[in-house]
Design a protein around this ligand. Structure first.
Ligand code: SDX
Length: 393
């Protein structure tokens, strides 16, 4: 092999690209989308405006924003045949698996999306379709799991309220969206919107680098996000907190397990590849958790357990030495649960939030004509050897 190969498991010290989209400072716990701080955006913006900022690099003018909202509303419906695809799933299918399949199925309903040489205008239509249809497909994946009839989009509602109604409305009952829930969810989606070259975004870029369609690249991102070390952590955190609660709330016992190298148990929602300080998103979500639960009048004992776990871990040498702090997934599940969102839908919420980030990164990679991703390896297998007849083995 000519030249030399630098081996870097998990690409811990490897930059895979240049990007103008998101800025992270892990030491200081800073996160900015196109130069705007997430604190500022959470206070003053909304998820679809942040989506426009990430994808097109600027906050929209009033006219651009109205057109953006109108375009998205026009595409919230999904093809009726998607119901046939849904019926093909067993009712216990995890919504993340259903969602990634439904996203891939868009290549069948919109075959022009498979043209690798599509104009940017053509891609823009795919982007609007994906942003518009993801909440519908996510809600339908949930309805499939609970065996309820699907709800069609209601374009008199805003993006998040439309999703909540498709998720929770039942034929026999009136459903009113609680603004406390829709506002909190909008903020959570903003906080999940992008995070530079994380596992699922790198997957979207890798798949997109082969000139696969936007839809199949995003579907690949959904599958990478599903892993419990990545976006699946928000579901794993709640399952962990529930176990600690069932076990009498003995957080010290679980801190000890997390430190024991012979014990596979990890403190889910703790640690981060980049943040060696508090994840700025976790700070905002923790503040929201208190507000949302009190406004909803929800008492969730796991919130106290989470706070005790955080307090104990942050004083522990093992966690301090390794700079392990709560990450975005540590408190988000507590808010989702207070909103009535079922555990198996937590990672779907993460995917809904991350969608504009994935799209913006895919677009940047394609606009920069980046080469197909194809890393090398250090071979450590057998040297040349001759074939041995079966009878002689
Ligand atoms: C997300 O990358 C992103 O930006 C991701 C994300 C995004 O927005 O896209 O921020 C979203 O995925 C957040 C992370 C969610 N995952 C979890 O909460 C799962 C628990 N966390 C760990 O699995 C871990 O911290 C990772 C996966 C998040 C990071 O793993 P790294 O950077 O590869 O770190 P590592 O596994 O090499 O750990 C370094 C040390 C090890 O100890 P030593 O071998 O040095 O003795 O820290 C220990 C690890 O054992 N460690 C933990 C731990 N996390 C790391 N020990 C106990 N509990 C933990 N949670």
């Amino acid at each position: 092999q000519s030249g030399y190969i630098t081996l870097d498991y998990g690409f811990k010290n490897t930059g895979s690209t240049t990007s103008k989209i998101t800025f992270l400072n892990g030491e200081e716990g800073i996160l900015r989308y196109r130069g705007y701080s997430i604190e500022d955006l959470c206070d003053k913006s909304n998820f679809l405006e942040v989506a426009h900022l990430l994808i097109y690099g600027k906050l929209p003018t009033a006219e651009e924003y109205d057109q953006w909202i109108y375009d998205i509303k026009m595409h919230t419906m999904v093809h009726e045949d998607i119901k046939r695809i849904l019926e093909g799933f067993p009712s216990n299918a995890h919504p993340m698996g259903v969602l990634s399949s439904l996203i891939t199925s868009l290549t069948a309903f919109y075959p022009e999306s498979l043209d690798p040489n599509r104009s940017i205008d053509g891609v823009k239509l795919s982007i609007v379709r994906l942003l518009a249809k993801l909440p519908t497909m996510a809600a339908w994946a949930f309805k499939n799991e609970v065996g309820h009839p699907v709800n069609y989009p209601d374009n008199t509602l805003d993006y998040v309220s439309n999703f909540l109604k498709m998720m929770f409305a039942l034929p026999a009952e009136k459903y009113e969206v609680d603004p406390v829930i829709s506002n909190a969810l909008d903020t959570l989606l903003i906080l999940h919107a992008d995070h530079e070259q994380n596992c699922s975004t790198s997957t979207v870029r890798m798949v997109g680098s082969s000139h696969a369609s936007l839809y199949t690249s995003i579907s690949a991102g959904v599958n990478a996000l599903w892993g419990p070390l990545h976006g699946g952590a928000n579901q794993a955190v709640i399952e962990m907190l529930d176990n600690i609660k069932k076990d009498g709330g003995d957080v010290e016992k679980y801190i000890k397990k997390a430190k024991d190298k012979n014990d596979p148990f990890r403190l889910m929602g703790f640690g981060h590849r980049v943040y060696k300080n508090f994840d700025p998103r976790a700070k905002i979500i923790k503040k929201h958790a208190d507000e949302v639960l009190s406004k909803l009048g929800v008492e969730d004992p796991v919130l106290e357990i989470a706070k005790k776990l955080e307090e104990t871990a942050l004083k522990d040498e093992y966690f301090i030495e390794r700079k392990l702090f709560p990450n975005v997934d540590f408190y988000s599940g507590i808010i989702y649960r207070a909103m009535g969102i079922p555990t198996e839908m937590f990672t779907v919420m993460f995917a809904m939030g991350r969608l504009p980030g994935w799209i913006s990164q895919w677009l940047e990679m394609r606009e920069n004509n980046e080469p197909i991703g194809r890393p090398r390896q250090i071979y450590t297998g057998e040297n040349l050897r001759e074939y041995v007849e079966m009878s002689k083995r």
